[in-house]
Design a protein around this ligand. Structure first.
Ligand SMILES: *Cc1c(COP(=O)(O)O)cnc(C)c1O
Length: 822
């Protein structure tokens, strides 16, 4: 249907009558509901469909424009996306919140009730998945044509509940109420092969070729979720793949009465996209995980080749039509897959295909933790992806020739750079594959990028220094400020103009207001009201009553030893012991709030949660303490809960051991919402501190250079314990029986700290206490605290993910972005 215009209609009109009619039409025609009998969930679905229509129309128009102009599109490959609830965000982006609210009011429906109906897609573990979603939001906002490719897990990250102080994992049935945001695209199916063997053959010109004869084929079905941009006519697409059996049954087996075998294959195929692996920063080497990684990258690349041919462009031009970003090494097998598609399927010569491949990919590293670096047994790859193993060997052979030429006789370097780890059982090193196959390699904060060049990827940086760059992470100010903190949003609009979410540097206009006592008063009122709201959620979810005027000291993020939630707890218990001994001690009222999920198999992380809940049980009920300090574990930390928590933070805990947190983004969300940070010189904390001013940041702890020095100098945590009476007292307290009748409960944590302490808690303990003392002192001067709080927000503009995306466009993808409006 060439030449058919995408016209406006009632469906996407923004007048009051159009909105009302569109909503009722969806309720009646799309859902088949009688308005009189319709439920709240029906209303949510009908509203979501109405809003989706608006977003879709933009999406289709924008796609048409991109194809007409042949722009280079960005494909963001990520095994995880953590978008959060869509409805409120779209309404904000489209500027429809108030007109929709009014329209619904007219029908006796409350918008907030409908917003609460939405299940969030928990298709990620934490920071990495959330970053992918912030980036889609910003890509749409700054006007870049883009697709986020990933997996449509049927079950996302588990639901966390707390029972008797322990984490309990529940199944995340996010699709059960129906998902109105996605559109199934039966036309975009892709076949994905696994197993079998390869065969040589010769083409018409007698050139040797390879053919892959798989043992299994699985079908990928595309599900599209449009992602709107703020005040933008561009729309990004999140295209997620679901695995299906190619045939619903193996009919021959079925007809022979072998029902079990027939069903087995179908179930095995569909298992592929069944569930997200709940490990954050830990590579466990499970075969199903490798299958997932290959599955979605294979679907994505074939889909992109299909779109390329719709443009009438040849496969050799793949890289000028697409820039692919690899979000960590999870999609790194794509390097070998694109080579296979270009060479085996499209008949390109190796050298041309390699040039195209290397000009297509860029790789973002997210961690320096050795246990997170992905490597797959050679035999596993060979069994599942025999052709890819051959291709990886070929890439490696050619690459190592290049290395030999640059560093003759340096066999150790060769062994380190090789795509194959041959130091023991053989493994394919995915970071090496990603580096060799990419145009650009980046870390996610200045410090992290520097450490990357000095440690994990030092040999690659020596070989190709120009490949390496930094793009500091960012967060979307739409979801995490405007939507999460409307009170602050209003205040910001007054001083920075109403378009501040589209140009976050405008927040600098706040600075002079930090000196205005009346403005500071307004600022405190906004924070207090956010804290009241959070206090009511805490009461509802945990039964704990907290004082909204107390200092809200918050650490919410995945539970991990390197993030050191247990260091925070050592401080909590130290304060407690101090108050017990000296009830007159000047300790301002504080509420310690923890939240975050522990990987189900991570023993110590689960004990850390138990320690937080045990501390709460003891302290919250201790009459001597009389509510001066309280400890809360907020269950099920996810994007939605984050939106209620981040705006209510006074003190942001960013206390990872220096050199361990690649960037962090929770740190940015909190500081943007006016929290002061207590933190180490780790990840983006370094840049946040520079931006907000060192006088507005509570710094403590070893720096990244001191950490290895201390470790190699023979660090003995037990000596710290022996020589510091306060430390000894609090460590002994953990196994004293005061935290519950089972004295052994925290013995593993204590043993870990006394005899290993891999994250140097005992070394940083004193510095941390001192910094916490400075926090208390500043808190007792509310005007000074508020001033610092305002300056934090005012100076955080560069941590908008719009800035990160502009950096990627300029330094990595070489695509144009919209200019900022004046
Ligand atoms: C921002 C965010 C994170 C990342 O938090 P960090 O403090 O940077 O580790 C994790 N989970 C959710 C739900 C988030 O919104």
């Amino acid at each position: 249907m060439k030449g058919i215009p995408i016209s406006d209609s009632i469906r996407t009109g923004i007048g009051a009558d159009d909105l009302r009619q569109a909503f009722l039409d969806n309720l009646v025609c799309a859902l088949g509901r009688l308005p009189a009998y319709s439920t709240r969930h029906d209303h949510y679905l009908a509203l979501a469909m109405t809003v989706r229509d608006h977003v879709m129309r933009r999406g289709v128009r924008c796609f048409e424009k991109g194809d007409n102009l042949l722009v280079r599109r960005v494909a963001y490959f990520s095994a995880e996306f953590l978008p959060g609830p869509h409805l409120g965000n779209h309404l904000l982006n489209l500027g429809l919140t108030e007109s929709i609210r009014k329209m619904l009011d007219g029908l006796g429906i409350n918008l907030d009730d409908l917003l609460a109906e939405e299940e969030e897609p928990g298709l990620g573990n934490g920071g990495l998945g959330r970053l992918a979603s912030c980036y889609l939001d910003s890509l749409a906002t700054v006007g870049v044509q883009s697709v986020g490719y990933g997996i449509r897990y049927e079950f996302g990250i588990f639901d966390q509940t707390i029972r008797d102080g322990w984490q309990i994992q529940g199944t995340d049935k996010w699709l059960h109420g129906g998902n109105p945001w996605e559109v199934h695209r039966p036309g975009a199916v892709q076949d994905v092969m696994f197993g079998g063997h390869t065969e040589p053959w010769q083409d018409e010109s007698d050139s040797p070729r390879k053919r892959w004869v798989p043992s299994i084929v699985i079908r990928g079905e595309a599900y599209d979720t449009p992602i709107s941009g703020y005040d933008s006519d561009t729309c990004a697409l999140m295209r997620l793949w679901k695995a299906e059996a190619v045939e619903s049954f193996d009919f021959s087996a079925f007809n022979h009465g072998d029902y079990d075998r027939a069903v087995e294959q179908k179930v095995a195929s569909e298992n592929l996209s069944k569930v997200l692996y709940p490990n954050d920063e830990l590579h466990r080497g499970k075969e199903l995980r490798l299958k997932q990684q290959y599955f979605f990258t294979c679907c994505a690349l074939q889909d992109m080749l299909r779109i390329l041919s719709l443009r009438g462009a040849p496969p050799e031009s793949f890289h000028s039509n697409w820039a692919v970003q690899l979000n960590d090494t999870h999609p790194a097998i794509a390097v070998a897959e694109l080579m296979r598609l270009l060479v085996d399927q499209h008949g390109l010569g190796w050298d041309v295909a390699w040039k195209v491949t290397r000009s297509t990919f860029s790789y973002t590293n997210h961690t320096l933790l050795p246990e997170a670096l992905e490597r797959w047994p050679v035999d596993m790859i060979g069994g599942l992806l025999p052709r890819h193993l051959e291709i990886i060997y070929e890439i490696n052979a050619r690459f190592l020739d290049e290395v030999r030429a640059a560093f003759p006789g340096d066999d150790e370097r060769l062994a380190r750079l090789s795509l194959i780890d041959e130091s023991g059982p053989r493994y394919v090193r995915m970071a090496n594959l990603a580096c060799v196959g990419s145009q650009t390699v980046n870390g996610v904060a200045e410090l992290h990028s520097k450490l990357l060049r000095q440690t994990v990827l030092a040999d690659f940086a020596a070989l190709w220094p120009e490949k390496f760059t930094n793009v500091t992470n960012g967060v979307t100010p739409r979801r995490f400020v405007a939507l999460a903190n409307p009170g602050l949003g209003k205040l910001l609009a007054k001083v920075a103009g109403k378009n501040w979410p589209g140009d976050l540097e405008k927040l600098h206009k706040l600075e002079p207001h930090a000196e205005d006592p009346a403005f500071r008063q307004e600022w405190r009122e906004v924070k207090l009201s956010n804290k009241r709201h959070l206090a009511s959620l805490i009461a509802e979810r945990t039964g704990i009553e907290v004082d909204p005027t107390s200092l809200f000291d918050v650490q919410v993020k995945r539970i991990h030893e390197y993030k050191r939630q247990h260091l925070n707890l050592l401080h909590v218990l130290t304060l407690y012991l101090r108050l017990k001994k000296d009830p007159k001690a000047e300790v301002p009222a504080r509420t310690f709030i923890f939240g975050g999920k522990a990987a189900p198999g991570y023993f110590l992380a689960k004990r850390i949660i138990r320690l937080a809940t045990a501390a709460g049980e003891l302290i919250n009920h201790d009459r001597d303490i009389a509510g001066r300090i309280k400890v809360v574990f907020f269950p099920d930390f996810n994007v939605r809960n984050g939106q209620s928590i981040y705006p209510a933070v006074d003190l942001s805990e960013q206390i990872s051991l220096a050199g361990m947190e690649a960037s962090g983004t929770g740190n940015m969300k909190m500081s943007l919402n006016g929290a002061l940070t207590i933190g180490t010189l780790d990840g983006a904390n370094v840049e946040i501190r520079e931006a907000v001013g060192e006088e507005n940041f509570f710094l403590f702890g070893l720096n990244a250079a001191e950490v290895p020095a201390l470790k190699h100098g023979g660090y003995r945590p037990r000596d710290r314990y022996e020589s510091d009476p306060l430390l000894r007292e609090v460590i002994d307290f953990l196994t004293s029986g005061a935290l519950g009748e089972d004295r052994d409960l925290f013995q593993p944590l204590v043993d870990n700290l006394l005899y290993h302490d891999p994250y140097l808690l005992l070394a940083d303990y004193r510095g941390y206490l001192n910094a916490q003392q400075r926090v208390s002192e500043l808190w007792m001067d509310p005007e000074a605290w508020t001033r610092a709080s305002i300056l934090n927000t005012a100076r955080m503009g560069r941590f908008s993910s719009d800035r990160s995306i502009r950096d990627y466009c300029q330094r990595v993808w070489k695509v144009n972005v919209k200019k900022l409006k004046k």
